[in-house]
Write a protein that binds this ligand. Structure first.
Ligand SMILES: [Mn+2]
Length: 401
């Protein structure tokens, strides 16, 4: 059997208030083509289906349309788990209807742990899939009620996986390949033991790969947006299927999906998705950036590409919105500037709204520094004011708990 592993669709995601729905539609079209060409039997979506727990009507429509299109392929089963961005209850609400569209939703803690175990095909199992959802703090607390230490630590998450491992032992003895899902943050155990409780990614606590059970032939995980394979364990992140942030594209790591063939489970096929939308950063003074924009050629499938501008210096005599309009007009077919940062030249009570928008790019501390530097404060006074500021912030943070 062939299983396709994808995750982190983040339907409804926007960058700088621009929707990524075109990118998602192109991905789904590509995915269906892959499912047909590669004769995929099972699709696993490992969490973060939506970008938020309360998705827009448009995002919901895109989700249900996608499921119905996927159900029309030769797939036997679509397995969807929740991620930390999803509302488990929102995903579960239509699960009875979706079961008629070959779709199994696993979100939140089930009534019975055995409900997580799916064998396929049902009458003559060739593969076992343990559809472990994202484990929220509340799930871990409810599950380990009898433990003194019933909190969401990496250890407890690993302990949950060991309980699931117990349920599939007999299948393993029969020689069936066993796949488990998850939306969690697994790391190599390279970092220091003492730091463990502090080590998190995207709000999720670190689970050491060494703590996880060995029984599973493939961990189909979501949460980390870049593809990754743990060295000593069959832990796989397929990453999200297309670029959702400028930093992501700057890192130069291609997006894609993983295919598992149960006949040869150690040999994972990676398929890269095409570059649908190019994103690029322009940096320098106003004239340099203008030149870069003029010369830019779009290499993505969708046009225009999205541009992010960081201006270091610009003419004093023109209002910022005029400068921004000018950048927009330089090469509109190839590039749409979706964000432009002009550092404020001076901050006074008369600073206008456009300048203040740019301030969002700086930390409160940097803004104070700016202000003190540009308004001729004595170095000693400056130092005292910065110190007072830091103390205030410390007290504020302590009160926040
Ligand atoms: Mn995610």
């Amino acid at each position: 059997m062939k299983i396709l592993h994808t995750s982190d669709w983040h339907i409804g995601r926007r960058i700088e208030n621009i929707s990524l729905n075109q990118e998602f539609d192109l991905f789904v079209r590509w995915l269906i083509q892959v499912i047909e060409e590669q004769q995929i039997d099972v699709l696993i979506v490992a969490g973060d289906i939506f970008d938020t727990g309360m998705p827009s009507i448009a995002a919901q429509k895109q989700y249900y349309t996608t499921i119905s299109r996927l159900a029309n392929t030769q797939l036997q089963k679509i397995i969807i788990i929740n991620g930390n961005h999803d509302s488990a209850n929102f995903l579960l609400a239509p699960s009875i209807i979706l079961s008629g569209l070959k779709t199994h939703i696993s979100a939140g803690l089930p009534q019975n742990l055995e409900d997580l175990i799916i064998t396929l095909p049902e009458n003559n199992p060739q593969v076992v899939i343990a559809a472990v959802p994202y484990l929220r703090d509340i799930d871990i607390i409810n599950f380990f009620q009898d433990r003194a230490e019933s909190i969401n630590t990496g250890k407890n998450i690993a302990a949950f996986y060991h309980q699931v491992a117990n349920l599939v032992k007999d299948y393993k003895k029969q020689g069936l390949p066993i796949i488990v899902t998850g939306h969690l943050f697994v790391s190599d155990s390279a970092h220091n033991e003492q730091d463990h409780s502090d080590y998190t990614l995207g709000g999720l606590i670190d689970v050491r790969s060494s703590q996880l059970p060995d029984i599973f032939d493939y961990y189909a995980l979501g949460h980390v947006h870049r593809p990754w394979k743990q060295k000593n364990k069959n832990v796989y992140y397929c990453g999200n299927p297309f670029y959702m942030a400028l930093n992501d594209i700057k890192a130069g790591i291609a997006k894609g999906i993983n295919i598992i063939d149960t006949q040869n489970i150690t040999n994972i096929t990676r398929l890269e998705t095409p570059l649908w939308r190019q994103m690029v950063q322009f940096q320098g003074d106003f004239d340099q950036v203008s030149e870069q924009i003029k010369n830019f050629e779009n290499t993505g499938i969708l046009s225009p590409a999205y541009g992010f501008v960081k201006i270091t210096d610009y003419p004093d005599n023109k209002p910022m919105d005029q400068l921004y309009e000018h950048l927009l007009s330089l090469n509109p077919d190839n590039i749409h500037i979706i964000k432009a940062i002009f550092p404020p030249k001076q901050i006074t009570a008369k600073t206008n709204n456009q300048d203040l928008t740019a301030l969002k790019e700086y930390s409160p501390r940097e803004i104070l520094q700016f202000h003190l530097d540009r308004n001729g404060y004595e170095p000693k006074i400056k130092e005292q004011l910065m110190q007072t500021f830091d103390e205030l912030i410390t007290i504020y943070r302590q009160n926040q708990g």
